[in-house]
Design a protein around this ligand. Structure first.
Ligand SMILES: [Mg+2]
Length: 249
């Protein structure tokens, strides 16, 4: 953690702004927000999920792909459908659909992001629908783990035995209570408009990241640009976050 800023010795307005900015809690999505997962990671996860569904349920690849997409639309995550309808072990599923023994070759160090996070005031917590081991491996490769105050992966989004991943409003409200922070002090940074809209409904501040997924993200670029206006602030990359802090305090 960086040195705390008291705001003493500065002009009163700047001092108050610095104190307010250091009280912010940043909830940072991982894939296509802190790094580009669109070229290799997402296609491989999708392929691995289809393979897993096909093997587990004894259906062909086309049927598995359709079922996977159907659960994603219905529940926001294929995992939820597989657990609910097919009694799949969630941890086994997550392990098998994140096959990245070569993470060192597909995610590069990002010194610009590391420096930006170091300058960004407030607490920084990664909030991802991906599993813990995968998220740790990505953050380690990016070289930004030391700049973060926490990681909340999908394993942390279980309540009374049920997974409630983003964009669950209920999960977000429970998370705010767990962090003991009012929604107005939290900022969700995301590439997913659906996740940002859910956060806004909970009065969490929002920033859309538009430029990380260079090979197509979870939503078509044109639709993001149009719907992005509904979710407030926009940046090309998370490395630009220090430049917009003044708009949030
Ligand atoms: Mg994302």
């Amino acid at each position: 953690m960086g040195r705390k800023r008291s705001g003493r010795g500065l002009g009163p307005r700047l001092g108050r702004a610095l104190v307010r900015s250091s009280a912010l809690v940043w909830l940072l999505d991982l894939d296509n927000t802190l790094h580009d997962a669109s070229a290799q990671i997402m296609p491989r996860i999708n392929l691995a999920m289809t393979d897993y569904v096909s093997r587990r349920l004894g259906v062909d690849q086309a049927q598995a792909s359709e079922l996977r997409a159907n659960y994603w639309r219905r529940y926001g995550a294929t995992l939820l459908g597989m657990v609910r309808h097919h009694e799949v072990d969630a941890h086994e599923f997550l392990r098998e659909v994140h096959p990245f023994p070569d993470m060192h070759r597909i995610v590069d160090r990002d010194h610009g992001l590391r420096d930006a996070l170091r300058r960004l005031p407030g607490r920084k917590i990664v909030l991802t629908n991906g599993p813990n081991d995968y998220a740790r491996a990505v953050l380690g490769r990016l070289g930004i783990a030391a700049q973060l105050d926490g990681l909340l992966a999908i394993e942390s989004m279980q309540f009374a035995g049920r997974f409630l991943p983003k964009p669950s409003r209920s999960m977000l409200l429970k998370l705010l209570a767990r962090l003991r922070v009012p929604a107005s002090r939290c900022v969700l940074v995301e590439d997913s408009v659906a996740n940002l809209r859910a956060a806004r409904a909970c009065r969490v501040r929002t920033v859309l990241v538009t430029g990380m997924a260079r090979h197509g993200g979870s939503e078509p670029a044109g639709r993001i640009a149009g719907r992005g206006r509904q979710v407030g602030l926009q940046v090309q990359s998370a490395a630009s976050l220090p430049r917009i802090v003044h708009k949030l305090v």
